[in-house]
Design a protein around this ligand. Structure first.
Ligand code: SF4
Length: 368
């Protein structure tokens, strides 16, 4: 089964840490963009899908009727399974109960709210448009509008963060009774204002303690960590994101979006004007020829993504899908990790422990 990703590359303004592809003048381009997106979608053959994910950018800048139009197009074009997970990312600054109700009526059944933090100071230092109260209100409004599957995105390793702050953010998410929490470590990306220097970034030891405290609150509150940065109540894991981590299949529409048939990857360059030009006149017969070939999905990628999940690396899958096994050197390195409590090895499965997750970058670079 495929997942369907749709990129909505519009934001009210750019956050200073963000390197996702988006532009800040949605009104000029919106109509043309939605038309080009429609034509790109119609250019692809029918597949069966069980997840849809509207990401960005800020999909919640679109009107509920525009979201409804996109979802009915997806239903028309692809065989969408009954009970498909249909997620939309939402910036707390862009929605209230009435809009949430509109998104629900449009067919969205899972919301991913980009709260990032529930602390006023932190939100200011991240240049976010919403306050801590608005972030909390967004969760409540989404629930009162009828959403029964709500995820929040939070960040760790952010300016002036302490373990206490990380713990507070986790506690607030749990008290808000969200179903899923993503907690990504702030990455300083080339080309963003943060790359020129940002004061107050905690050192590695503080970041590690923030992560541990965050995870402990998640454990105590009944969330299961199923990926290095993701926690869910039972049955609320992101089915769409699991496709990425399991090197599965998905179609990705819009500039900057990637797609994979589990063998090869393609992407359209992050250029909205180029995208509109490419798909302005209607569906095209060979859409992949307009996209970048991003190479094959290989064993290395499977090793990296699977070791980020709590189910870990399945050596039987490595062998059957990629025709390879871990080398003797790789196995003895992993045995050493097991000896130091960083990994567990049993029944052909290799998993990183929580301490292993903390140093996963070093483990993976040594392994690969
Ligand atoms: S973090 Fe989200 S809202 Fe901020 S610029 Fe990036 S995509 Fe837009």
């Amino acid at each position: 089964m495929y997942g369907i990703y749709i990129h909505i590359p519009f934001c009210i303004r750019k956050c200073p840490y963000c390197d996702f592809y988006s532009v800040t003048s949605p009104e000029d381009l919106r109509r043309e963009y939605l038309l080009a997106l429609r034509n790109q979608i119609l250019s692809f053959s029918r597949v069966s899908a069980d997840t849809v994910y509207l990401g960005g950018g800020t999909p919640s800048l679109l009107e509920p009727e525009e979201i409804a139009g996109l979802i009915s197009l997806i239903r028309e074009r692809f065989d969408l399974a009954d009970g498909a997970e249909i997620t939309m990312e939402c910036n707390p600054a862009t929605a209230d109960t009435a809009r949430f109700r509109g998104f629900l009526d449009a067919g969205i059944n899972r919301l991913s709210l980009g709260c990032q933090s529930f602390q006023e100071e932190t939100l200011r230092s991240l240049g976010r448009l919403h306050s801590a109260d608005e972030a909390k209100a967004a969760v409540r409004d989404a629930r009162s509008a009828g959403f029964r599957n709500i995820s929040v995105d939070l960040m760790l390793g952010i300016p002036y963060e302490t373990p206490f702050i990380a713990q507070q953010d986790a506690l607030i998410a749990a008290e808000l009774e969200v179903h899923h929490v993503s907690a990504y470590l702030l990455r300083i990306c080339e080309g963003t204002p943060f790359a020129d220097g940002v004061p107050g970034i905690p050192d590695d030891d503080v970041q590690a303690e923030c992560y541990r405290r965050f995870c402990s609150v998640m454990d105590e509150s009944g969330y299961r960590q199923y990926e290095i940065s993701n926690f869910a109540l039972d049955g609320y894991e992101s089915r769409h994101n699991l496709k990425y981590w399991e090197c599965g299949k998905w179609l990705g529409f819009g500039p900057g979006a990637h797609m994979s048939d589990s063998v090869r990857r393609h992407s359209f360059p992050p250029d909205i004007k180029g995208f509109i030009d490419a798909f302005r006149d209607g569906p095209v017969p060979d859409p992949l020829s307009l996209m970048r070939d991003e190479g094959t999905v290989d064993a290395e990628e499977y090793i990296i993504t699977s070791l980020r999940t709590s189910s870990g690396l399945d050596t039987a899958v490595l062998s059957s899908r990629f025709g390879t096994l871990l080398t003797g050197d790789q196995m003895s390195f992993l045995e050493k990790c097991r000896g130091t409590g960083l990994a567990e090895i049993s029944g052909g499965h290799i998993r990183l422990t929580r301490d292993g997750f903390l140093v996963s970058n070093s483990i993976l670079s040594e392994l690969i």
